[in-house]
Design a protein. Structure first.
Length: 552
C-alpha cells in the first residue's frame, strides 16, 4: 500500500515537474524570438494607463509569466524610459494577462498537442533561422504543457479514494489560510504562478482538493507570483522596488482579503461556474480583472503611498562590488588568473551596459548630474581596463604553454574594446546630447522613435555579450556575431529613412541631422566593440573563417 502511494506521488511529482518545465520552455522561446518587439511595445505604452495595462497583459500572455514582464519593466524603469506609475500599471495588466493564460491553457486546445509537438520538433530541427527555431521551441513547450496536464489527471485519479488523501482534503477545506500559505510558497519555489494555478485547477477538477481549498490555493499563487518579482528586483533602483512592492501589496493583500471574504460568504464562487475547476479558474480571472479595474484610477495615489515605505536614498548603491576580482596570488596559476580576469571583465561590461542604458535619456532632457555620473563611470572603466591588461601581462605558467599568451591577448583585447565602448558613450554620445540641449534642438517624432528602438536593440546585444563572457558558449557567441550583421543592416535602413525625412523638408530632421547620424554611428560602434567579445571564442571552436562565420 505504501509502495503504491509512493509510485502515485512520484508520478504526480514528475507530471508537475513537466508542467513547470514546459511553461518555462514556452516563456524562453517567446523571449528569444520576440523579446525585441515585446520590449518595444512596453516602452511605447506610456501614452495612457489603459495602453500600459493592455501592453502588460499582452506581454504576460505571450511570455506565459507576469514575472518576466516585471523583469522587462524593471529594465525600462532603471533606464528612465518609463516612470513608476506606468510601471505599476504594466504590472497590474500583466497580472490579468497571466490569469488569461491559465484560462487558455486549461481549454480544449489540448487536443492539438500531438500536432504542436510534431510541428515544433520538425521546425526546431530543420530550420536554420533563429526565430523559426524558437517558434518550434514554443510549439514543443505548449504540447508538453498540455500533455503534463493530462499526466497530472491520470496520476492523481488513484488518490481520490485513499484514506490519507481524504484526511488532507478535510484539513485543507477547514484551514483555507494554511492552503493559502502553502500555495504561495509553492508558486514562489517553482517561480511560476501560471504553473501553480494550472496544477491546483487540475487537482480541483479531479477531486484531489476540495473547491474551498482550491480557491484559497489559487489566491495563494497570486501572492507567490508577486513575491517572485519582489525577490528578483531587490537590488534594482528605488522606483522599481516601489512599483513591485505596490503590486505585491495589492495582489497579495487583495488575495488574502478575498480568502477571508470567501470564508464568510462561501456561496460567492457558485456564480462563477458549474464545475469546481471552472469556478477556480474564473475566480482567479475575476480577481485579477477586478484588481486592475479598481486600482487603475488610483495608481498614482497608490504609488505615492508606497513611496512613504520605500524612501529615496541619497545615492543608490552601485550594483556591482567595487573591489577588484583580480587576485595577485593567482598569477602563477593561469587558469585561476584568467578566471579572475573574466570576472573583472564581466564587472566592467556591466558598468558600460549601465552607461549605455542611461545615456539615451539625456537626449530627451539633458541632466548635468546624470552626465557627470556617466563620465565618472567612464573613468572607472578606463582604470579597471588598464589594471586588467597589466594583470594579464603578469600571468605566467610553464614553458611551452603558448596558449597562455593567446588567452591573455584575447582577454586584453576585450578589455580594450569595453574601454572603447565606454569612451564612445561618455565622450561622443554625452557630448551630442549636451549640444542638443545647448542649441535647444529636438529630434522629429519618427527620428526619435528610430533612435530609441535602435538603442534598445544595441542594449540587448550588450546583455548578450556579457552572457557570452560569463558562459563562454559558442552558440551564444555565434548569435552575437549574427546580431552584429543585423545591427549594421538596421543602421543602414535608419540612415535611409533619415535621408528621406530630409528630402521631405522636415525642419526638425534638418536641424538635428548631423546629431542624428552621429548618434546612429556611435550606437553601432558600441555594438561592434561588444560583438568583438565573440570572435576569440568562435575562433577557438572552429566556427570562424578568416572573414566571416563558418556555415552552419
Amino acid at each position: 500500500m505504501v509502495g503504491n502511494t509512493m509510485v502515485i506521488l512520484l508520478n504526480l511529482a514528475s507530471a508537475a515537474a513537466l508542467l513547470i518545465w514546459s511553461v518555462r520552455l514556452v516563456r524562453t522561446g517567446f523571449e528569444r524570438a520576440f523579446g525585441g518587439q515585446l520590449r518595444r511595445w512596453l516602452r511605447l505604452s506610456t501614452s495612457s494607463r489603459f495602453k500600459a495595462a493592455a501592453c502588460g497583459s499582452l506581454a504576460a500572455i505571450l511570455l506565459q509569466s507576469s514575472t518576466a514582464v516585471a523583469v522587462l519593466m524593471a529594465g525600462f524603469m532603471t533606464a528612465g524610459t518609463i516612470d513608476g506609475v506606468v510601471g505599476l500599471t504594466i504590472l497590474l495588466g500583466a497580472d490579468l494577462g497571466s490569469a488569461i493564460v491559465a484560462q487558455l491553457l486549461n481549454s480544449s486546445l489540448s487536443v492539438v498537442a500531438p500536432v504542436l509537438l510534431l510541428a515544433g520538433v520538425v521546425t526546431f530541427l530543420r530550420s536554420s533561422r533563429r526565430r523559426l527555431r524558437q517558434i518550434g521551441r514554443i510549439s514543443v513547450g505548449l504540447a508538453l504543457l498540455f500533455m503534463s496536464l493530462d499526466l497530472i489527471r491520470a496520476a492523481s485519479t488513484p488518490l481520490i479514494d485513499g484514506q490519507q488523501s481524504m484526511t488532507v482534503i478535510l484539513y485543507l477545506a477547514d484551514e483555507p489560510s494554511a492552503a493559502f500559505i502553502v500555495a504561495a510558497v509553492f508558486a514562489w519555489l517553482v517561480h511560476s504562478s501560471v504553473a501553480a494555478v494550472l496544477l491546483f485547477v487540475t487537482m480541483a477538477g479531479q477531486g484531489i482538493i476540495p473547491p474551498e481549498a482550491a480557491f484559497a490555493m489559487v489566491l495563494g499563487a497570486n501572492l507567490g507570483g508577486s513575491l517572485i518579482a519582489l525577490v528578483l528586483t531587490l537590488k534594482s533602483g528605488v522606483a522599481v522596488r516601489r512599483a513591485v512592492l505596490a503590486n505585491l501589496l495589492l495582489r497579495g493583500g487583495g488575495a488574502a482579503g478575498l480568502v477571508y471574504l470567501l470564508s464568510v460568504f462561501p456561496e460567492i464562487p457558485r456564480a462563477l461556474g458549474a464545475e469546481p475547476a471552472q469556478q477556480v479558474l474564473n475566480l482567479h480571472l475575476a480577481f485579477n480583472a477586478a484588481l486592475l479595474l479598481l486600482c487603475l484610477p488610483l495608481v498614482s495615489l497608490i504609488y505615492r503611498a508606497v513611496s512613504l515605505i520605500v524612501a529615496d536614498s541619497n545615492a543608490e548603491a552601485d550594483a556591482a562590488a567595487r573591489d577588484s576580482a583580480l587576485d595577485p596570488d593567482a598569477l602563477d596559476t593561469p587558469k585561476r588568473a584568467f578566471s579572475c580576469a573574466v570576472r573583472e571583465l564581466v564587472h566592467i561590461g556591466g558598468q558600460v551596459e549601465a552607461m549605455h542604458r542611461k545615456v539615451i535619456t539625456l537626449f530627451d532632457g539633458f541632466d548635468e548630474m546624470a552626465a557627470q555620473a556617466i563620465r565618472a563611470q567612464n573613468q572607472s572603466v578606463a582604470q579597471r581596463s588598464l589594471k586588467v591588461r597589466i594583470y594579464l601581462a603578469g600571468v605566467h605558467g610553464k614553458e611551452g604553454e603558448e596558449e597562455i599568451g593567446t588567452r591573455a591577448i584575447d582577454l586584453a583585447g576585450i578589455a580594450a574594446n569595453l574601454e572603447a565602448a565606454a569612451d564612445m558613450i561618455s565622450r561622443k554620445m554625452v557630448g551630442l546630447a549636451e549640444t542638443m540641449s545647448l542649441e535647444n534642438l529636438r529630434f522629429s517624432q519618427d527620428g526619435w522613435s528610430d533612435l530609441t528602438d535602435f538603442h534598445d536593440t544595441v542594449y540587448r546585444n550588450l546583455q548578450l555579450s556579457i552572457s557570452v563572457m560569463m558562459n563562454e558558449d559558442p552558440s551564444l557567441a555565434r548569435a552575437l556575431v549574427e546580431q552584429k550583421e543585423t545591427v549594421r543592416d538596421i543602421a543602414q535602413k535608419l540612415e535611409k529613412k533619415h535621408l528621406y525625412r530630409l528630402k521631405q523638408g522636415l525642419s526638425e530632421s534638418i536641424e538635428t541631422s548631423s546629431i542624428h547620424l552621429d548618434l546612429l554611428r556611435s550606437l553601432k560602434a558600441v555594438n561592434t566593440s561588444f560583438a568583438m567579445i565573440a570572435y576569440p571564442l568562435l575562433s577557438d571552436s572552429g566556427q570562424l573563417l578568416e572573414s566571416r562565420l563558418a556555415a552552419s
